[in-house]
Design a protein around this ligand. Structure first.
Ligand code: GAL
Ligand code: MG
Length: 997
């Protein structure tokens, strides 16, 4: 009987304000408020969400908590059916944050802890069947338990998971533990099921437990009934009395994330008269998990872990994630080629595990234990030992039958102490079918940082599962041949911190995962930005983070570090993961005829369910397409295929194939036609029948200059419809007009600054002296002011070309003495102006965010096209998934609205771009590949904003043309941008040709 509904609710500021009347039956609750269950009261107008990472939200030491302690009283009247008389009646609370007390009909029943596991109460002797009963649940926010629930997330409050009543006979199925493993080369299934019976006194004679097993397609494959005698003689193990079913099933349909084959077991308990008193059913997956030879083997295969860390989070519901949203998460993960999920950092709603079983995701289930603020202490402190143990054991008890779980995690960031070793020992004994995972068992490494750093913590972890390691550390561990640990594989429990515009260098990690034995993937931090939807003073909605509720102390926007926005819209970086994790890839193996190698990275399934097609791109534009007739490729194999090129010949500079793999049919997690993988392949020149016709621009050199006026510092040049105005005092070029329309009305500026990404430095945190944000700000890069030092104007050949030159110096800032830049404008003809830039930076700058120029273009140039990488945002260290083509967009669509405004929208490896309005078209080209962003925001606007709602779009287009741009890295938590993607030159020369028609 579901009790998910509106409950009466009253909130006290402290536990001491509770009154007897709060739980009494005769209290008039007419003036109480209402809240929805499941739900967080913090999302329903009571108390407030509070975000902290490591620090506790209050200053008390364990186990004491503040006197002010939000305390919610829930009440519900429930009519219990008459038919439940003389039966057991159980009240189930799926999760309460944090401490739960239960009163039924005014009487105290019991209490429970662990916000992320259920508490069940046997209320049989407290209720009256056939009558209305009063249930009162008191939920207290802070307790001794808060110190082991110090995860990096919002502190909420309330009954955030489902609540229901159920009833059984006095003899009942107490527990089922279903082992479903594999033998004979992972072909045959071994069923080892124990059904524990509950009863009081003696089990009456003649009772039976019956098991029926159905295959994934619904065929009955096994049936067995055990009577009390058989049960009694078998029972020696975990349960007081237990029916044991052991069976070997030949050629079983194995469970994996790729093919999540689920059998269904139906259990029936019959009394001595043969009456069925209870049924239950469960889904079973036959699979095997082993750790050996530095591999985690699933069904005998070294499965690469393409994982993410997932918190329970919903932008309006907080921790009370509804089932549709959970399904959406699982479906999205599958669609982005994610095969694994770590339940960071606590057992999720069991429905989540059902989805992982059903749709196929490998799960690390994690105990709700994080004592981060007191990490090295509580794990040794005997008064907390039961808390640690209980949390781990109860997780295993709740979740042991889910095939999707491949490892048990002892929790997160709690140091390594005796409690961990003890809990690990219990789990290993109880469920030997899964390895143990615990990152902090490696913590001794801090400070040592050598190649043996990961030879630690054997008692508490079977996996080497560090967080945020550098590539160097991973290689040092993997390539050390003297390494004593030849058993455990390394699977990163967290890496590639996705805060804001991030995930730079993901492909470098993947390069290691795909090639280095021992390194077997990892879990990106994290799935979703944990922003909460809130309204600002103007009634406009925005995503709130720490501090937005007046919550002090807080850790600002560090809670927004996911691959998805809080409303589950994907960040551009998720496509990078999708590409790197894609299960099929293509490479060119021969030029003539064009021969492609198709490689399957599936572990278990053939590729026959995919269709492959190609598009031929000439100079970035699609000119022909077709389908590949592929034979199905076996898991892990390759297939060479000659591409049947079209009969036509194509003229152009470059040819490429864009190859797509789509699902032929609708799957449980995608519609037919869903794109699973993509590859862009540059084709050899021989594919092209001829060269492109020479462009019009190179034909004429006649500038058509009709007028040049110079008046002191002012210069005006008129060439056809083009008018260039310059003012030596006002920073060089001041106006560019074409056919009477102003294109530029402010001078282009050199730009060496980008609006800091979260990885460059977290804007709301001070005192981060070593962070690039601080360093770059200290250098004054965010406010470059230039002083003209040199100015020249030259008419090279009268009437043909005019050259205007300016040199600038940064205005006398101390740190900046030897910084210099200059630019030269050449008016080439009636449409074209060349900009040549020269930048010299001083020695104190080892590394810059960007080098380029910024143009403020006048309004209406909205339509954007470019030949380069796209279609979405990409950066020098995050461009594996984008492809080279002519992409179209608008300036409006270029903005990527990270929760914390920051640098965004860059496009790399660009040959040219155009911006067009109804009447004008501007084309930018360069002889070197360049990068650009075109936004309605200046980098300064993005720097100064703290929420997307702080930004006011400018009517102009801010066009950043960069010759160099620092990679993104993941420095907000983890290594800074790798050296290869940093800018270390001291001189830069670059040119852009801008034509206007
Ligand atoms: C890890 C931690 C996560 C999260 C992350 C940073 O240290 O396990 O819970 O805090 O860093 O976002
Ligand atoms: Mg933490």
């Amino acid at each position: 009987m579901s009790l998910n509904r509106i409950w009466r609710f009253k909130m006290h500021d402290q536990v001491g304000d509770l009154q007897v009347g709060d739980v009494a039956i005769d209290t008039d609750r007419g003036d109480w408020g209402h809240v929805e269950v499941p739900g967080n009261w913090t999302m329903q107008g009571y108390d407030r969400p509070h975000y902290t990472n490591v620090q506790m939200p209050f200053s008390n030491e364990p186990p004491t908590v503040p006197k002010m302690n939000p305390t919610g009283v829930y009440s519900q009247e429930v009519r219990i059916p008459e038919a439940w008389d003389n039966r057991r009646v159980i009240l189930h609370f799926g999760g309460a944050e944090s401490l739960l007390y239960l009163y039924v009909n005014g009487e105290f029943v019991g209490m429970g802890k662990d916000s992320r596991l259920p508490s069940e109460f046997d209320v049989s002797s407290y209720i009256k069947c056939g009558e209305t009963n009063l249930i009162v649940a008191i939920v207290v926010k802070w307790s001794d338990a808060s110190f082991v629930e110090d995860q990096d997330q919002w502190w909420m409050g309330g009954l955030h998971r489902e609540v229901y009543l159920y009833s059984t006979d006095s003899v009942f199925i107490e527990d089922v533990f279903c082992g479903a493993s594999l033998e004979n080369e992972y072909r045959d299934g071994v069923l080892d099921m124990s059904v524990g019976l509950g009863f009081s006194g003696h089990l009456p004679e003649g009772w039976q437990v019956e098991l029926q097993l159905f295959s994934p397609s619904g065929q009955a494959v096994y049936q067995q009934a055990l009577d009390s005698e058989a049960i009694a003689s078998e029972s020696r193990s975990r349960y007081r009395l237990c029916a044991k079913f052991n069976e070997c099933l030949r050629d079983v349909s194995v469970w994996s994330a790729e093919v999540p084959n689920l059998y269904t077991a139906v259990l029936c308990l019959k009394n001595a008269d043969g009456r069925e008193v209870e049924h239950t059913s469960m889904r079973i997956g036959f699979k095997a998990v082993e750790v050996r030879d530095r591999m985690l083997l699933i069904n005998g295969k070294r499965v690469l872990i393409h994982g993410v860390n997932r918190h329970d989070h919903h932008e309006t519901r907080g921790k009370a994630v509804d089932r549709d949203t959970m399904r959406q998460d699982a479906v999205l993960m599958k669609q982005y080629n994610i095969n694994s999920v770590r339940c960071s950092h606590y057992p999720n709603d069991p429905y989540w595990l059902d989805l992982c079983d059903e749709l196929g995701l490998y799960v690390i289930d994690e105990a709700n234990i994080e004592s981060h603020a007191f990490a090295p202490w509580l794990c040794h402190n005997s008064s907390y030992s039961l808390a640690f143990h209980d949390r781990g054991k109860r997780m295993v008890e709740r979740d042991k039958n889910h095939p999707s779980i491949i490892a048990w995690s002892l929790g997160n960031e709690s140091g390594h102490g005796a409690h961990h070793d003890g809990l690990a020992a219990w789990i290993r004994h109880y469920d030997g079918s899964r390895p143990i995972h615990y990152e902090s068992a490696l913590w001794d490494m801090y400070g040592t940082n050598d190649e043996h750093a990961y030879d630690k913590g054997y008692a508490a972890t079977d996996l080497v599962c560090p967080m945020y390691p550098t590539l160097e550390l991973l290689k040092a561990w993997a390539f050390d041949e003297q390494h004593p640990d030849q058993r455990r594989p390394c699977i990163l429990c967290e890496y590639s911190h996705s805060m804001g515009n991030s995930n730079g260098g993901l492909s470098d990690y993947y390069e290691l995962f795909k090639t280095v034995p021992g390194l077997q993937g990892g879990f990106i931090w994290e799935w979703i930005d944990q922003g909460l939807k809130a309204l600002n003073e103007n009634g406009v909605s925005y995503w709130a983070y720490g501090g937005d509720y007046g919550d002090e102390p807080n850790d600002a926007n560090f809670v927004c570090d996911g691959l998805l926005w809080p409303d589950r819209t994907p960040h551009p970086s998720i496509y990078e993961l999708k590409k790197l994790a894609q299960p099929v890839s293509v490479s060119l193996v021969e030029d003539d005829p064009v021969t492609l190698s198709f490689r399957s990275r599936f572990d278990f399934i053939e590729t026959g369910w995919l269709d492959a097609s190609w598009e031929l791109l000439i100079d970035g534009r699609a000119v022909a397409d077709g389908a590949f007739q592929l034979d199905s490729i076996a898991p892990g194999s390759e297939l060479n295929v000659v591409w049947q090129s079209p009969k036509d010949t194509y003229k152009g500079e470059e040819a490429a194939l864009l190859i797509r793999f789509v699902s032929k049919e609708t799957q449980a997690w995608c519609p037919a036609g869903h794109e699973v993988a993509k590859e862009w392949i540059s084709l050899p020149k021989c594919v092209l029948g001829g060269q492109a016709e020479a462009g019009a621009t190179s034909q004429s050199r006649n500038s058509g200059i009709s007028q040049i006026c110079q008046n002191g510092d002012l210069v005006l040049v008129k060439s056809g419809k083009l008018i260039v105005e310059a003012d030596a005092q006002a920073g060089g070029l001041v106006r560019l007009t074409h056919a009477g329309r102003e294109i530029l009305s402010t001078p282009p500026q050199i730009s060496l600054w980008r609006a800091p990404t979260d990885n460059d430095g977290i804007k709301l945190w001070s005192g981060q002296e070593n962070k690039p944000l601080k360093r770059w700000q200290k250098l004054g890069l965010d406010q470059l002011e230039s002083r003209l030092v040199d100015f020249a104007y030259e008419e090279t050949i009268p009437g043909e070309e005019v050259e205007l030159r300016w040199g600038f110096e940064a205005s006398g800032r101390q740190e900046w003495q030897d910084f210099y830049w200059s630019y030269k404008i050449t008016i080439r003809d009636q449409e074209t102006v060349d900009f040549d830039f020269h930048v010299e930076v001083g020695n104190e700058i080892e590394d810059l965010p960007r080098v380029g120029a910024i143009f403020t273009l006048n309004p209406r140039l909205e339509d954007l096209e470019w030949l380069g990488l796209g279609p979405y945002e990409n950066y020098p260290d995050r461009k594996s998934s984008v492809w080279r083509a002519v992409h179209r967009s608008t300036v409006d669509q270029q903005y990527v609205p990270y929760v914390m405004p920051q640098e965004n929208g860059l496009k790399c490896d660009v040959d040219w771009l155009t911006l067009a309005s109804d009447s004008s078209l501007i084309k930018v080209e360069s002889h070197l590949p360049f990068m650009f962003s075109a936004l309605h925001f200046h980098p300064r606007d993005l720097t100064n904003a703290f929420h997307a709602t702080d930004l006011v779009a400018r009517p102009q287009t801010l066009l950043c043309l960069d010759i160099a741009h620092r990679g993104l890295g993941t420095g907000s938590c983890g290594p800074d941008t790798f050296a290869a993607y940093r800018l270390s030159e001291s001189k830069y020369d670059f040119s852009f040709k801008i034509s206007i028609t």
